[in-house]
Design a protein around this ligand. Structure first.
Ligand code: VJV
Ligand code: CA
Ligand code: ZN
Length: 399
């Protein structure tokens, strides 16, 4: 198994676009893009920026998005605005938006307290171009060999489909980045530790032998947890059969069960059987303890151990954000993971420095590593069953 904390330096590239910080999904919406600005402020105040190359801010182009997304959907994202949609009641754009699940999709959701997963927000088009541009710039740095690890915390929007928005995601920057990596790297591994299933990425690559997708997520069976897909039996199809791996888990997963019983043994097998030339890790921080939506019990160091593990594999690594709805936890986690990327995790103090956002960290005692409950309620037999299912699927790979 690859050794962690090997002391070897990595060339780390980092993308941050301050134009994303003020994007607003709506007053009470759970998705808060400011968490990326908070992460950046923490990264800066811990003195991590001089250890990385800052990538030039380059929004994606309409042409870039068309590599995955349908023309009609791209045009909708470009043309829609709250002004036309909400205030001028443009019926044509409302019909197009409904078809693409942007804004008010149907009466069911009108009834859902008037809350929409994918609202028509101010600056929507600009926001999509900026976060997708970050993931593309990061992919370019890896493909050109300018970087060993490239980071875009504003990316990782794994639910977006070719023709529709889903689960707070409008453009699928992950699919775009993987497509770009495939021009240079023969085999790309996608790993998704967001608490939700990485459905949009899986769907696009499920028949593609060059890309293996692995998602760890909460799955409640007949009880619904978004997006409701990702059972162990979904293994891909055609030439991509067994190159889709799903690891469905119940709420309450802790570090020991997640990491030592599942993530490490499963990823050891994936790495030796698939032998990727590049790895993309979606680091959704909604799998942390205390997340507003997630229900898992991972600590910051447990979550970051997944980053540390993949770093130690010494394969070009793209780190992306994703979910994460308790913003102070998210920023603590992604800052610590930035430190892991540059190999400074043992040097940064636990006390949050004064940096302008420190008041957000009061609930966690102004410490980067906040406490989590010791033991999970999940039975050992249940964990073993999940592991055996995953390993059985992996035995079929390359058979
Ligand atoms: O469960 C759902 C879909 C509904 C319909 C829409 N209403 C708002 C919620 C129920 C069936 N959607 C999930 C989407 C989760 C997306 C996760 C994204 C990621 O982390 O994987 C990657 C970035 C869901 N769960 C919770 C909410 N939506 C939610 C949305 C809100 C909200 C509270 C909860 C939207 C607006 C407001 N509050 C004001
Ligand atoms: Ca996941
Ligand atoms: Zn999520």
């Amino acid at each position: 198994s690859p050794s962690c904390g090997d002391g070897r330096k990595r060339n780390v590239c980092y993308y941050y676009d301050s134009g994303i910080a003020n994007v607003d999904y709506g007053a009470e919406h759970v998705m808060v893009p400011r968490r990326v600005a908070m992460t950046h402020a923490l990264v800066a105040s811990y003195g991590l920026l001089p250890h990385m190359t800052r990538l030039r801010t380059t929004p994606a182009t309409e042409h870039d998005l068309r590599a995955f997304h349908d023309d009609g959907y791209v045009r909708l994202l470009r043309d829609i605005s709250p002004d036309g949609y909400y205030r001028r009641h443009d019926n044509n754009i409302r019909a197009r938006a409904r078809a693409c699940r942007v804004g008010v999709p149907d009466e069911d959701e009108e009834a859902d307290g008037g809350h929409y997963d994918n609202p028509v927000i101010d600056g929507l088009w600009d926001y999509c171009l900026r976060y997708a541009g970050g993931s593309l710039a990061a992919a370019r740095a890896l493909a050109a060999g300018r970087s060993d690890i490239a980071i875009n915390w504003s990316g990782g929007m794994h639910h977006a489909c070719s023709g529709k928005a889903s689960g707070f995601c409008y453009v699928n920057d992950i699919v775009l980045a993987i497509q770009h990596l495939l021009d240079t790297f023969a085999r790309v591994l996608y790993v998704d530790i967001d608490v939700h299933h990485g459905d949009g990425v899986e769907e696009h690559f499920k028949g593609d032998e060059r890309v293996m997708t692995v998602s760890f997520h909460r799955y409640d069976g007949d009880q619904y947890f978004f997006p409701g897909t990702g059972k162990a039996g979904d293994v891909g199809e055609g030439k991509g059969k067994y190159r889709t791996l799903n690891v469905p888990m119940k709420a309450g997963m802790d570090d020991a069960s997640y990491l030592h019983s599942l993530f490490v043994p499963i990823m050891d097998t994936v790495m030796s059987r698939f032998q990727p030339d590049a790895v993309v890790l979606q680091c959704g921080a909604d799998s942390l303890y205390g997340d507003r939506l997630g229900g898992f019990n991972l600590s910051v160091s447990g979550h970051a151990a997944c980053v540390s593990y993949l770093r130690s594999c010494n394969v070009p690594l793209l780190l992306l954000g994703g979910g994460g709805y308790t913003v102070n936890h998210v920023a603590s986690c992604w800052c610590y993971e930035t430190a892991v990327a540059v190999g400074k995790e043992e040097e940064i103090p636990d006390d949050i420095p004064h940096h302008g956002y420190e008041h957000y960290y009061r609930d966690q005692g102004y410490k980067l590593h906040y406490p989590v409950p010791k033991k999970s309620s999940i039975k050992k037999e249940d964990i073993d069953k999940i592991k055996q299912d995953a390993l059985a699927n992996l035995r079929m790979l390359n058979e």
